[in-house]
Ligand binder design. Structure first.
Ligand code: PLP
Length: 378
């Protein structure tokens, strides 16, 4: 029997899979709760863009047909919106799949991807899964340390991953910091700039819009999962110089992204009204959170995204806080696997969600902070 068994490669045996925010359905199965609020996955609380929903409905009758493998109409839409040549764009099945493809396309096994510890967990998982080495340096005051990243580059470094704004901290680096970094980074190191939360940061003074830059060693990834409300459809895109985009295109599945995702993305990208409402709802919710956290004396990191990271007194406190919120029907994210053991990330919600979430947080935090040994409530 044993000699017939397939050998699982060590790099796959070693993978610690990506664990997403707890789904509402899972918590509903575990606990008998009338109401569950999920502010754990940085989703858009307003739902999908209404224009995207309309486009999906109109397209469902055609799903017997394969999609245009080049996703030409979607590529044109992105090109027009951001004044980019279509040859510099490739669309994929969510940023997650684009990140995995980029790692494989532009590095060899055992070469190194360099980033900071305390960023998007998906990049750690992908790097390990593809058998590449992950090298991390600490964040500086919860923000990417671009100067130290430059110093950490070695002959083995093929890719540097930056997220701006960063997930889970919400911190942002500025145009001058980014430009100085790009001037100094070696030409043969690929800089991978993940702009999953760009739509929320656009109005921040000094925010460097990645697709407005032109470097031979820069790729920018974007997703429609966040501000455009299409997380469940899985769609994103990458922008960069043609020689890199041509190589990346070779990594795609033949009919990726799928038909409904393509039409939804085309419609969502033109739904300015939805984007304005999204930004406004986000601002209001985060302001309420900030005010309440200040009042409770909870430390927080300044955010430029659609979530805020609060800092608990210890890892143990954060773990119990997370569990106790769950028991009251609030799903937040304990970001220990991202590399911040005492961090809790909470994304913005609708007005009602925010009010109820803050009531739960106030109760849980208030109960726990007085205790010597933090307990899970029963
Ligand atoms: C920084 C960052 N990049 C990428 C992703 C994944 O995006 P997608 O849903 O397009 O795979 C996320 C999702 O949380 C993220 O926070």
């Amino acid at each position: 029997m044993a000699d017939k068994m397939i050998r699982i490669p060590q790099r796959i045996q070693d993978v610690r899979p990506y664990k997403a925010g707890k789904p509402i359905s899972e918590l509903a199965r575990e606990q008998k709760l009338d109401r569950i609020i999920k502010l754990a996955s940085n989703e858009n609380p307003l739902g999908p863009s209404p224009k995207a929903l309309e486009a999906i409905r109109a397209q469902t009758a055609n799903i017997n047909r394969y999609v245009d493998p080049a996703a030409a109409e979607l590529v044109e839409t992105i090109a027009d919106k951001y004044s980019i040549q279509p040859e510099h764009i490739v669309c994929g099945h969510g940023t997650d799949s684009l990140l995995a493809d980029i790692i494989v396309a532009f590095s060899e096994p055992n070469e190194e991807l360099l980033t900071c510890l305390g960023t998007f967990i998906g990049i750690y998982v992908s790097t390990n899964k593809q058998g590449r080495k992950l090298k991390t340096i600490p964040l500086n005051n919860y923000a990417f340390d671009l100067k130290k990243l430059l110093k950490a580059v070695t002959d083995q470094t093929r890719i540097i991953y930056l997220a701006n704004p960063n997930n889970p901290t919400g911190s942002m680096f500025t145009s001058s910091e980014f430009e100085s970094f790009m001037e100094q980074v070696p030409d043969d190191v690929l800089v991978l700039l993940d702009e999953a939360y760009e739509a929320y940061a656009l109005n921040e003074p000094g925010y460097p819009v990645g697709v407005d830059y032109w470097y031979d060693n820069l790729l920018v990834t974007r997703t429609l999962s966040k501000a455009y409300g299409l997380g469940g459809l899985r769609i994103g895109y990458t922008v960069g110089p043609r020689y890199l985009i041509d190589a990346l295109k070779k990594m795609r599945l033949p009919f990726e992204p799928h038909a409904l995702a393509q039409v939804a993305a085309i419609a969502a990208l033109s739904d300015d009204e939805f984007l304005v409402r999204t930004a406004e709802e986000n601002r209001n919710s985060l302001l309420k959170m900030k005010t309440k956290f200040d009042e409770l004396g909870i430390k927080q990191v300044k955010t430029s995204a659609n979530f805020i990271m609060i800092l608990m007194p210890s890892e143990e406190f954060a773990g119990c806080f997370y569990e106790n919120c769950l028991k009251r029907g609030l799903i937040v994210r304990h970001v220990k696997p991202f590399g911040i053991p005492n961090g809790i990330r909470i994304n913005s919600g609708t007005e009602d969600e925010t009010t109820i979430a803050l009531e739960i947080i106030e109760q849980v935090y208030g109960e726990m902070i007085g205790q010597k040994r933090y307990q899970q409530s029963t």
